[in-house]
Design a protein around this ligand. Structure first.
Ligand code: GLP
Length: 262
């Protein structure tokens, strides 16, 4: 894992967007794993701008989102399908038929999850997966206790997640769906490369547990430590509780892979 600390949320999102854009330019048929949440809004804003101003081409890209609320139809304004259309897909030249999210209203959620896994496999697996971290330590909606080898499935959300995401539901945690469909930790770890973007002071403690704590099903983001090509891009605020900050900076300064980004 690499940990790259940027000064603020804007420049952390900027680096993340640039890495995605570079991957897309190198591989136009990129299979891209996408995430939702406030943190990602800046990334999508930049990708949309790169499409508009620099012609960044999404025409052959294929996307798979991490998760969707169970019970919300795609047209619900709180669904992650709606989020993705509004923040990214409506602003770039992606073929909507190439964009995938689990269907929150599927009559048989287990069958839907199995179908989603098959779709990912049929696409050749995910080349680049973008993830954020929730305050519960989740990636996707893999809440504490999620098996490190879990697959796409329906799962209950943690109370902390309901509180965190309540702001999207008129600050009413009771309106947040209690369950979701999510790629499993095992599914996420199969992506060829992972970019993890974490910003803000409220994520500092959980980020330190994810990066420096033991690998544990209680903090599913800690499973990222097992991935051979994972880059955590964080801002100063999120880095506040990291114990080995100087070491991460030293690695960043000395790894040739990051020459073009310093
Ligand atoms: C949701 C998503 C996660 C995301 C998290 C962080 O819970 N399911 O994939 O990482 O939000 O949200 P935010 O960026 O708003 O803190």
């Amino acid at each position: 894992m690499d940990v790259i600390v940027r000064q603020d949320a804007e420049s952390a999102a900027g680096l993340t967007a640039r890495l995605i854009a570079d991957a897309l330019a190198a591989t136009p048929r990129l299979v891209l794993g996408l995430a939702t949440g406030r943190t990602m809004e800046r990334v999508y804003e930049r990708l949309a701008r790169m499409h508009r101003d620099d012609g960044l081409d999404f025409s052959r890209a294929v996307t798979f989102n991490l998760d969707e609320y169970l019970g919300l139809p795609p047209e619900d304004e709180n669904s992650y399908r709606h989020y993705m259309n509004t923040h990214l897909f409506d602003h770039v030249n992606i073929a909507m038929s190439n964009t995938h999210l689990p269907l929150g209203t599927a009559a048989d959620p287990d069958a839907e999850c199995a179908r989603y896994e098959r779709l990912i496999a049929d696409a050749g697996g995910i080349d680049l997966q973008l993830v954020g971290i929730g305050r519960s330590g989740h990636i996707g909606f893999n809440e504490p206790l999620s098996a490190l080898r879990s697959r796409t499935r329906a799962t209950a959300l943690a109370p902390e997640t309901l509180r965190q995401n309540a702001s999207m539901f008129g600050d009413d945690a009771d309106r947040v769906p209690r369950r979701a469909l999510t790629m499993g930790v095992g599914t996420i770890l199969e992506a060829r490369r992972i970019l993890c973007l974490v910003t803000g002071r409220e994520k500092a403690a959980i980020l330190a547990r994810a990066v420096e704590g033991p690998v544990s099903a209680m903090v599913s983001a800690s499973a990222l430590q097992m991935h051979p090509q994972c880059t955590c891009i964080v801002d100063e605020e999120a880095a506040a509780c990291l114990g080995e900050r100087e070491y991460y900076d030293w690695i960043f300064q000395n790894e040739p892979a990051w020459d073009a980004f310093r």
